[in-house]
Design a protein around this ligand. Structure first.
Ligand SMILES: *Cc1c(COP(=O)(O)O)cnc(C)c1O
Length: 379
């Protein structure tokens, strides 16, 4: 089946007891058993819940994987994946992973004896050099936030495979509609479903998808043992959101491209970071591994003062963290999402004080450009 057909139908048979076309919200903690040892496949809702199971099946199909697991948040999903490791294990991660991921690794998991090395994963030599005998996992995010650097997933996965290192890709920025890391050789995909998968800025959630059965068994054990599961109501919201994922991503990409082109030509904009622009240093690689460039971009206004003026002047674009919803969000990485990154590191990563990030929504793009145009005029 095609992607949109799967998004709408995979894991979603009509309800056998009523014929309801939509998977019900099974708001229950437990399931009555007929007799000792005899149940209908469900016992206790932390272990499994039919609404969550439908979502897990659906997301597995969309990511071209065999097993899906839904968690209470993207961070809970990432924490579960890292719980597959043990003290003494080493992880190589992108130097520009999501801030919450960096915080989890450095401020929580380091206390449990895991060690981490952060490298520019766009350079395969750097990934290779960072590998140690104890390296068990390579954690990648592509494109990165907010500079939109691209890592070659096929090449990085092949490199890791030679050393028996698990490759985990945070696919939140692209969604399976635009990028499918498992098909490129990765072992696991993680998501913050809070973003594009749910797509409507009304829920927090996370997911992991993978192919390997023994690894899936261990992850299922961790999901149940640690218990950070996604609730039935939130599972239902993501199931509903995903039905329109393909049409939304098509529009996010079209709007993202139009806004990027507009900004690229604007005399007050110094630089635009968007993989769909031919000026992006990895445009060719992006074209090869992604099916579209999506709705995330960033651009340099030249100074903190300029960024402040622009962000104060926008009316339609909302000043807020997060991304991936139908509405356009605009933010200032240096003082918001990346405020905890030391200034020297921000500079090295290209996160200048004048950098502005946009999660381009699916409003009429003329309205978005008109809003940015009047705001840029204030600079
Ligand atoms: C938001 C986000 C996360 C964390 O997800 P939560 O649902 O907020 O816990 C992880 N990775 C990326 C790329 C994100 O954008």
């Amino acid at each position: 089946m095609g992607f949109s057909t799967d998004a709408i139908h995979a894991g979603q048979e009509p309800d056998p007891s009523t014929g309801a076309i939509i998977v019900p919200i099974y708001q229950t903690s437990t399931f009555v058993q007929e007799e000792l040892g005899k149940n209908k496949g469900y016992e206790y809702a932390r272990t499994s819940n039919p609404t969550r199971a439908a979502l897990e099946h659906n997301l597995a199909v969309l990511e071209a994987g065999r097993f899906g697991f839904a968690f209470a948040s993207g961070m809970a999903a990432i924490n579960a994946v890292l719980s597959l490791l043990k003290a003494g294990d080493h992880v190589v991660a992108g130097r520009n992973v999501y801030g919450g991921t960096f915080r989890l690794f450095e401020r929580v998991l380091r206390n449990f004896g895991l060690t981490f090395t952060y490298v520019d994963t766009t350079r395969l030599e750097a990934v290779s050099e960072a590998m140690e005998d104890s390296t068990r996992l390579l954690f990648l995010e592509t494109p990165t936030n907010p500079i939109m650097e691209i890592t070659d997933l096929t090449a990085a996965s092949a490199l890791a495979r030679q050393r028996n290192v698990l490759v985990v890709v945070d696919n939140t920025f692209m969604s399976p509609c635009l990028q499918r890391p498992l098909e490129l050789g990765a072992d696991m995909v993680v998501h913050s479903t809070t973003k594009y998968l749910n797509g409507h800025s009304d829920g927090v959630g996370g997911a992991v998808v993978l192919n390997d059965a023994p690894l899936a068994e261990r992850l299922k054990f961790i999901q149940n043992a640690a218990g950070a599961v996604l609730g039935p109501m939130d599972s239902w919201l993501v199931l509903r959101g995903v039905k329109t994922l393909a049409v939304r991503m098509r529009q996010h990409t079209a709007n993202g491209m139009a806004v990027a082109e507009y900004l690229h030509k604007h005399p007050k904009v110094k630089k635009v970071n968007y993989p769909g622009l031919p000026s992006h240093p990895q445009h060719a690689l992006a074209q090869k591994q992604m099916k579209g460039s999506g709705g995330m971009l960033s651009f340099d206004t030249g100074s903190m003062e300029n960024a402040r003026k622009l962000l104060k002047a926008v009316r339609l674009c909302s000043l807020a963290e997060s991304l991936g919803g139908v509405e356009t969000l605009i933010s200032h990485p240096a003082s918001m999402t990346h405020a905890s990154v030391p200034p020297e590191d921000r500079k090295r990563l290209g996160i200048t004080d004048g950098l502005v990030r946009i999660s381009v929504g699916i409003e009429d793009v003329e309205d978005l450009i008109a809003d940015l145009d009047q705001a840029l005029a204030k600079i």
